[in-house]
Design a protein around this ligand. Structure first.
Ligand code: GCV
Length: 750
């Protein structure tokens, strides 16, 4: 029986010459020996992985493929004896490599590669056009280009697990999903999974400069080693692509929105081409930022006026040149007329004029323009909250079909908490994509544990009431403005050369959560946290559960010790590291924390109601009414929209002043709570990662105290109120905190 299995089917065997039979026996025997060796290695690996002293670095992210317990591995193994896929296709070859790696590590040995279905217990990867699928009548069509099915099916020749898609990328996504199910130790006996992304463009924006400095980067240098490219492509680029594909990210903007035109020159395009070649099998397209003044800087023109024929011709020729080098180039991301970047307003042209010029150049090649709505100016007296809407709403319907407007989650700038941006729902004829910041510029850099899944969920589930109740930000993003209109989401990456990629173990969760939400903006943050914790730390719920609990309380802790009750933008100047609510003398008024909190002896908060700037008027009436009324505005947004006296009675009881102080202390208490939870995991997970998190939490605890003490010292100098009973005074006078300088804090723009 065993020999029969080794040799294959009797019919084939009888057709073979004796020498061929001998060769086949030898081959099969050596394969069997190798399989045994691999099993032994797997057991050894399992022992090593399980040992608390094992030094994991975090490099493997959520794709650790930790060896399964023998009982679980035995349950899965019979389903993965062999694998059928057309590995001449690069994306399917990538899927097969991932299965080899994942199954090899989890089960002890990878599946045998077979040319056809050969009995029960195989896995088949195929696209809709494959003859393997004929007769199966699979409901693939509704799943679109990137969706997939995973099914247990009976095929001629045996019962298999089928991963099917309408494109190779769909199959790759299905493969990663299958591997996720195994890592999460889900039952696989009767698989019936169907999924498809709800958004088309799922983008990572890298704010990486060409000298490898990463603006707002806290994880080392840029991954892109431009100096060695295109001659050398670091294998790490492949691991980057694997990680992204595993969560459905399909686009990467390689360089900073504060752009350098050199990226568009011929030598750099060769380097970009090399990266595009690595990413292509993983379904990822490359995009570049386009510096609006490039025609002057690298084109020798006298102007970059978007209506000037020579400028338009230059961009057209540049697009042709790029596509000749990179035929599947994605398009441009543009920051224009914001924070010193050049743009169409320099020539008294509108943002639509600028975006459309680039869109026209890209259109013949199928490229898109992602035009950022993050536009505000120190020469505009209007509340910064209002400026982008005032600029862009009148342009609704004036953009070309291949333009998306990229809108930050809030109207100011990625604060620990902001209400959703009033542009969502306000431009029904323009494709809007959401931009979130994965890197934690305003939430404590790499060392503070802040899971951002909850923050993005809060924005995505906000009801814009446009055009009707239930039109959440997620729905606005998911609903194309016209039948074939573009949809998308972008996340500012937190990835760098650090061994753990993101600067901290827990910051990986934000990369992961971003990808999952870009795939499905209705996904729940807690489910994503649960998956991430089990994939990244341990499938044992005794370990994963406390980790999830830490994640779920983490962002609110940061809000509480940095910007409670709707305060915002209180960070130190430039690098944004540490508290500086007292700063009020910067030349640009809207860069001063004092601009945002407006605290004086009478009270605190920014009046954005009709008695103030009426930024609320930019929201749907239902939203404006709820947030504009002190009786209904949630405490968490109180000071964002209202200026209230220090002794204002909170609806929940007590005065604003007492409550403000209590929020700071609550933030610290939560960090202590996270420390306590983490300490219970000592010895239960690998030592190196555990110790790193312990030390980072200690830094967070210390800095939460710094935030609390400095902020309270300042507010008290304005409010002149005693601290409520039970809350300790800051240990130093205000001047002590004001004198703290951290001039070399990382990530500050250069
Ligand atoms: C890339 C904030 C950051 C800047 C960033 C800017 C933007 O202002 O501090 O570093 O610039 O946002 O999103 O363009």
């Amino acid at each position: 029986m065993v020999l029969h299995r080794l040799l294959g089917s009797g019919t084939t065997w009888r057709l073979l010459q004796p020498s061929q039979r001998r060769q086949r026996i030898a081959r099969q025997e050596s394969e069997a020996v190798w399989r045994s060796i691999r099993s032994i290695i797997a057991v050894l690996l399992a022992l090593i992985f399980a040992a608390p002293g094992h030094a994991e670095t975090g490099y493997d992210l959520w794709l650790r493929y930790a060896p399964l317990a023998p009982s679980q591995a035995q349950r899965y193994a019979p389903h993965f004896r062999y694998l059928v896929a057309d590995t001449t296709r690069p994306t399917l070859a990538a899927a097969v490599q991932e299965l080899d790696r994942g199954l090899g590590r989890m089960l002890g040995s990878p599946p045998a590669h077979a040319g056809a279905v050969q009995g029960n217990g195989g896995i088949v990867l195929a696209t809709a056009d494959s003859p393997l699928l004929s007769g199966l009548d699979l409901p693939l069509a509704p799943l679109g280009r990137e969706g997939f099915l995973i099914r247990s099916v009976a095929m001629p020749g045996g019962r298999v697990i089928l991963v099917a898609g309408n494109s190779d990328a769909g199959v790759l996504y299905g493969t990663f999903r299958l591997l996720r199910l195994l890592q999460l130790q889900q039952p696989i006996d009767a698989l019936a999974v169907a999924d498809a992304p709800k958004l088309q463009l799922r983008v990572l924006d890298h704010w990486d400069n060409l000298d490898r400095y990463v603006e707002r980067g806290y994880a080392g240098q840029s991954l892109w080693d431009w100096q060695k490219l295109p001659g050398y492509t670091d294998p790490r680029y492949t691991d980057y692509a694997r990680a992204n594909a595993s969560i459905g990210i399909n686009a990467t903007v390689l360089n900073n929105v504060n752009a350098n035109a050199d990226i568009l020159t011929a030598p750099y395009l060769q380097k970009v081409k090399a990266l595009a070649g690595v990413f292509r099998p993983y379904g990822i397209r490359v995009y570049l930022t386009a510096r609006f003044s490039a025609p002057i800087e690298i084109g020798g023109l006298k102007t970059a006026d978007p209506l000037d024929p020579a400028v338009r011709a230059w961009w057209k020729a540049k697009a042709d040149e790029i596509y000749a080098v990179i035929p599947d180039f994605g398009g441009f991301l543009v920051k224009a007329n914001s924070e010193g970047q050049p743009g169409p307003s320099d020539y008294k042209r509108s943002h639509a004029d600028g975006a459309n010029m680039l869109a026209d150049a890209l259109a013949p090649h199928g490229g898109v323009v992602m035009w950022r709505a993050f536009v505000y100016s120190e020469h505009n007296d209007a509340d910064r909250h209002k400026q982008a809407s005032e600029e862009f709403v009148p342009l609704d319907g004036k953009f070309r079909d291949n333009v998306l407007l990229q809108v930050k989650n809030g109207a100011i700038d990625f604060q620990p908490r902001e209400p959703f941006h009033p542009l969502f729902g306000a431009m029904p004829k323009t494709p809007l994509m959401l931009e979130v910041q994965i890197t934690k510029e305003y939430l404590g850099f790499a060392t503070h544990l802040a899971y951002l899944g909850t923050m993005w969920e809060e924005v995505l589930e906000s009801d814009t009431f446009r055009p009707r109740a239930g039109s959440t930000v997620a729905k606005v993003l998911e609903t194309p403005v016209a039948p074939r209109a573009l949809t998308g989401m972008a996340g500012v990456a937190n990835i760098g050369t650090d061994i753990n990629w993101s600067g901290s173990q827990f910051d990986q969760a934000n990369w992961y959560a971003y990808g999952r939400l870009a795939w499905d903006p209705d996904a729940r943050a807690v489910d994503i946290a649960r998956d991430w914790a089990r994939l990244t730390w341990s499938a044992d719920s005794a370990i994963a559960d406390p980790i999830v609990a830490m994640m779920m309380e983490s962002r609110e802790a940061v809000v509480n010790y940095m910007t409670p009750l709707g305060l915002g933008h209180l960070m130190a100047t430039g690098h944004h590291y540490g508290p500086a609510p007292w700063v009020s003398d910067l030349a640009r008024p809207e860069w001063n924390p004092a601009y945002y909190h407006r605290a004086d002896a009478n009270g605190i908060g920014f009046d954005r109601t009709p008695t103030g700037t009426n930024a609320l008027g930019q929201y749907a009436p239902e939203v404006a009414k709820r947030w504009g009324d002190l009786k209904t505005v949630p405490d968490r947004l109180l000071l964002w929209f209202h200026h209230v006296p220090w002794d204002y009675r909170m609806r929940s009881g007590g005065t604003l002043w007492d409550r403000l102080v209590a929020q700071y202390d609550a933030g610290i208490t939560t960090v202590e709570d996270m420390q306590r939870r983490w300490s219970t995991l000592d010895g239960k997970i690998d030592a190196r990662r555990w110790a790193e998190v312990r030390d980072f939490l200690a830094i967070q605890r210390q800095e939460a105290q710094w935030w609390r003490d400095a902020s309270i010292a300042y507010w008290q100098s304005v409010s002149h109120r005693p601290l409520p009973a039970g809350h300790l005074p800051p240990p130093h006078p205000l001047g002590y905190y004001q004198a703290i300088r951290t001039p070399h804090a990382p990530g500050n723009g250069k």
